[in-house]
Design a protein around this ligand. Structure first.
Ligand code: AMP
Length: 288
């Protein structure tokens, strides 16, 4: 495993790898690695000879009052976790912000429709920042495969749009969400939860699971809305939990369902909630 902090150096290395005919898989992360990230890395090595992992807490995707400053950062611990679990990672790219954003006037990349729903309502600049940093990372790493988690479903839709919009030569692979035994989706932010909040956090998974069981083919939008309303109201009664959103949308383009659940339709049930001060997200995708 080779560690790079500088862009020219990793670019040089990748250039020579590609000249030798190697295929590359790329897993971008913000570090604070957990088994969800390790699963992405394992998948990555199924697709290509070489696996590149980036670890970078990207400031442009955090809003003013978000957790950029307190986001957990421990590169040595992350590298040890990869080694201890014998995960194949060939290159780690861990740049500084000066390296990633060398100019003070940072250009804007906006996804007006996709980035303003679900998480985009309470985090209006988040996905623009994600799109920008992923575009930069893709230009640096030039991977054949980009491996991302379904856990951040809206992110995968926006990154697919980024790839299509800019005609990027990379294939997006989405990996199913890795969960704790009781269903809680693994997240770097779970470390913020105290033991009581850890229990309360289960409401996200439980809600998704309950709704999944209630949905069926040909269900009309009015009935879907009724189900959502009942769950939103139930969550409102919980202490220390504040629902941000609970929605059911078309998975492909995040458009609302207009009439009913039709055969062949792929839908996403998406939820975000604050448990104490920690904002958690989760989703389930169902194909009918
Ligand atoms: P992050 O470091 O949180 O930005 O996440 C980096 C990548 O890991 C993203 O593609 C996430 O979707 C993915 N990821 C995060 N949590 C999970 C999980 N529980 N299961 C699978 N992938 C995940």
């Amino acid at each position: 495993m080779k560690l790079f902090e500088r862009i020219p150096e990793i670019k040089q290395e990748i250039k020579s790898l590609k000249q030798k005919g190697n295929k590359l898989s790329f897993v971008p992360t913000m570090g604070a690695l957990h088994f969800g990230h390790l699963k992405l890395l394992e998948e990555a090595s199924k697709y290509a000879d070489q696996v590149v992992l980036s670890i970078y807490v990207n400031p442009t995707q955090f809003g003013k009052n978000e957790d950029f400053d307190r986001y957990p950062r421990d590169l040595a611990k992350d590298l040890k976790m990869i080694e201890d679990n014998e995960i194949k990672v060939d290159y780690v790219f861990a740049p500084t912000t000066h390296e990633m954003y060398p100019f003070s006037d940072i250009p804007q990349l906006a996804f007006p429709f996709l980035s303003q729903k679900l998480c985009g309502i309470s985090r209006p600049t988040h996905f623009d920042g994600v799109g920008l940093v992923v575009l930069k990372l893709l230009n640096i790493v030039q991977p054949d495969y980009l491996i991302m988690g379904q856990k951040d479903f809206q992110q995968t839709v926006i990154i697919q749009r980024l790839i299509d919009e800019f005609f990027l030569d990379v294939q997006l692979i989405t990996v199913p969400t890795v969960r704790e035994k009781d269903g809680l989706a693994l997240s770097s932010r779970n470390v913020y939860l105290n033991p009581q909040e850890r229990v309360q956090a289960l409401i996200l998974y439980k809600t998704l699971k309950a709704i999944k069981e209630q949905l069926h083919l040909n269900m009309e939008i009015q009935e879907i809305e009724k189900i959502l309303k009942a769950h939103r109201e139930a969550i409102k009664l919980l202490p220390n939990v504040k629902l941000d959103y609970l929605e059911i949308l078309n998975a492909k383009d995040l458009q609302p369902i207009t009439s009913c659940i039709e055969k062949g339709m792929k839908i996403v049930i998406a939820i975000a909630a604050f448990v104490g001060k920690t904002r958690l997200i989760d989703n389930m995708v169902i194909e009918f």
